[in-house]
Structures are given as structure tokens and as C-alpha cells.
Design a protein around this ligand. Sequence first.
Ligand code: RB5
Length: 143
Amino acid sequence: MIALGCDHGGYELMQEVKKYLEDHQLEYKDFGTYTTESCDYPVYGKKVARAVASGECDKGILICGTGLGITMAASRVPGIRAAVCTNEYMARLTREHNDANILGMGARVIGAGTALSIVETFLNTSFSEGERHKKRIAMIEED
Ligand code: RB5
């Protein structure tokens, strides 16, 4: 189950992502926002982050205007590694090296074609399980 969240800036691109997931028979839970009316991105970033951190959802996808604010908010939730990606390379490496569990994207930064390629790569790339990467990921959670 994939948790989805966006603000008004990401709403339109999120509709494309939802269509992609439906076309690929991938289940999702949409945590909003559900309109293009102005709203506060931390609300949706944290809703998705909590759903992933609790195990209710396996991964998350967040979209705002830049991808930055909503991803910052999500990463404040313990256990969440939310990564803004602007290309497939970043999507692959943040899965292989960082075991990122939430993908962030900026609807005012990338087009729908690039966004869907990023989503596909993010969802289909596994963590490398490398010991050095496990050690570094554990260090992220340290004070
Ligand atoms: C909203 O205008 C915009 O600030 C938001 O979508 C996002 O880009 C914040 O990081």
C-alpha cells in the first residue's frame, strides 16, 4: 500500500501519479489534499509519514510545488527517510543507498513524464542491503 499526499501545488501532478498507480494495479491510500485550494503542506507530509512509520503503508509519495517543504515535514517523523528526487538516478540511488521510504517531487520543477519515470524507479528499486549503507542509515536516527 502506497501512501499519497500533496498540497495545492502538487494536486494536479498527483492525479497523474494516481492514474499511473491504477494502470499498474498498485494500491494506494490518498491522504489529500483533495482540491487545488491553498493549504499547508506539513499537514499532508506528516499524515503520509505517520502512515509509513506505523507500517500502515509500505512507502509514500509526496508532491508540493518544489517537493521541498512537504518532504522536510515528513522527515521529522522518526523512521522516515523522505527524499526529493528530480531524476531517475536520484530515485534509484536513494532506494539503493538510503532505503528512502518516501519519495518527494516538485510539480513546479519537473514534468509529468519525468515524475512518472521517477515513481517507477523508486517503487521498483530495492535497498542494496550493503553493510555500510545500513550503518549510515542507523546514524541518521542518532541524536
Ligand atoms: C506553496 O506555494 C509552496 O510553498 C509549496 O507547494 C512548496 O513548494 C513548499 O515547499
